[in-house]
Design a protein around this ligand. Structure first.
Ligand code: RIB
Ligand code: CA
Length: 326
């Protein structure tokens, strides 16, 4: 019996790939489906990449739902690696998985309402711009009751931004959506750059992904191809795998330190996407988020590697679970 019933809302994206494969290999998590948004790359590519990852994992029981092709109000911006587009076949083998007919927002709404009916709330793991989630909450506010928590990779408080000097990408790409989520009343756990920059993966770590069969080998190739290290910024070798930290928090929350606080986001003007946390209670605002501030770096790195390795021992029968949905 899984601890968490999770919809992963993603914009794959190399680090999204690690998060998705990690979740699919974690018995503590039942992945209800992937809902996909534009972000790192355009929607057609993030959907194609998600379908490839599901095919690669053999978990054809997990549906892929296409969502928003752009932000709610601001102009469209893509990630630093937008040129990646769809994962080349030499990086991730082609497969036969196609997205479901039901769109992402409808899937989130239907899943949340089903959760209310059975009295078992779901978790949304937001590892891309939060457009899909914001649309679900705006269009059908009742679904908030079916959502236990939104665990999101986003924001920057003690760390400087990386997509701009003041903003982390997921928030920057759709600040209005992030603001709606933060004001929704649904419990939000936020993994900002402050903590994702604390765990840096090196080529030695990527090499160990290869114990994870085809999925691990693909992850090795993706991370080896797209170098995310920044020794000038981090002062040591290696680069972050931001999104996987949300999955690790669900599986091993003991690896993390967090604090409740009010979090706000700038939605317009030059510094749109800037996030601030009222850690020292200067504002008369009650806490609306749990901000994760620290991680056990080795514990997180070893957990991710261990979970990816489980793709290497997947019994053939597990690969026949369910069928790909057209
Ligand atoms: O800022 C990092 C986040 O932006 C990650 O989720 C990455 O995949 C991109 O979506
Ligand atoms: Ca992402």
């Amino acid at each position: 019996m899984s601890l968490h019933k999770v919809i992963i809302d993603a914009d794959p994206g190399v680090d999204d790939a690690a998060a998705i494969l990690m979740a699919l290999a974690s018995p503590e998590i039942e992945v209800l489906g992937l809902t996909i948004v534009a972000g790192n790359v355009a929607l057609e590519h993030s959907v194609a990449n998600a379908c490839k990852l599901i095919g690669l994992s053999g978990r054809l029981d997990v549906p892929v739902h296409a969502g928003a092709g752009g932000p709610l109000l601001r102009d469209q911006v893509y990630g630093t690696y937008a040129r990646i587009g769809s994962f080349d076949d030499t990086l991730v083998k082609p497969g036969s998985v196609v997205p479901a007919k039901e769109n992402a927002i409808q899937f989130i709404v239907r899943s949340a309402r089903a959760a209310i009916a059975v009295g078992e709330q779901i978790t949304l793991c937001a590892i891309g711009p939060m457009t899909n989630i914001a649309l679900a909450l705006i269009q059908h506010p009742d679904v908030a009751r079916g959502i236990r928590q939104i665990v999101a990779m986003g924001g920057a408080f003690t760390a400087l931004g990386h997509r701009t000097p003041w903003a982390e990408f997921n928030i920057y790409a759709d600040p209005h959506a992030a603001d709606i989520v933060l004001q929704s009343g649904v419990p939000v756990v936020l993994m900002p750059l402050d903590v994702t920059f604390q765990a840096l993966f090196t080529t030695d770590h990527f090499e160990r992904f290869r114990a994870g069969g085809e999925a691990g080998a693909a992850l090795y190739t993706l991370f080896s191809t797209f170098d995310r290290s920044d020794e000038q910024r981090f002062g040591r070798p290696g680069g972050p795998i931001h999104d996987a930290m949300t999955i690790a928090w669900l599986v091993r929350p003991d690896l993390f330190t967090s604090r409740e606080t009010f979090v706000g986001v700038q939605v317009t003007g030059l510094t749109k996407g800037y996030t601030y946390a009222d850690f020292y209670k200067k504002l008369d605002r009650s806490a609306n988020a749990t901000v994760v501030t620290d991680v056990d770096e080795t514990g997180f790195i070893e957990l991710l590697i261990e979970r990816i390795a489980r793709h290497g021992d997947t019994a053939p029968d597990r690969k026949t679970q369910g069928v790909s949905r057209a």
